[in-house]
Ligand binder design. Structure first.
Ligand code: ZN
Length: 100
């Protein structure tokens, strides 16, 4: 049923490299991954039309790293970021869409 399965997930300097089971290789910058974080909190921030919202600085994006990647069942990974954020669960289908 779930055809998007990674055979390798590797952290590069500022992007995530994924080799998929069907041979496709994809890469996604940490910034894009984080900006698309599917957790409820980030989702709320994105949907909120708050003019006072504080946007992350360039320095934040330059320093942002992934400190841990944890498998969630057979369908997703949970990414833990260097700033402590770790509620985002990225399904393989979502990652595949992001990185095509
Ligand atoms: Zn999030």
């Amino acid at each position: 049923m779930n055809e998007n399965q990674p055979v390798e997930i590797r952290r590069l300097t500022n992007s995530l490299f994924i080799q998929w089971k069907d041979g496709v290789e994809s890469e996604c910058t940490y910034r894009t991954l984080r900006e698309k974080c599917p957790c409820a909190r980030c989702d709320a921030v994105r949907n909120e039309e708050n003019p006072l919202q504080i946007l992350p600085t360039d320095e934040f994006w330059e320093k942002l790293q992934i400190v841990n990647i944890q498998k969630v069942g057979r369908y997703a990974i949970r990414i833990q970021w260097s700033d402590g954020h770790k509620t985002g669960i990225y399904t393989y289908d979502f990652l595949r869409e992001l990185t095509v």
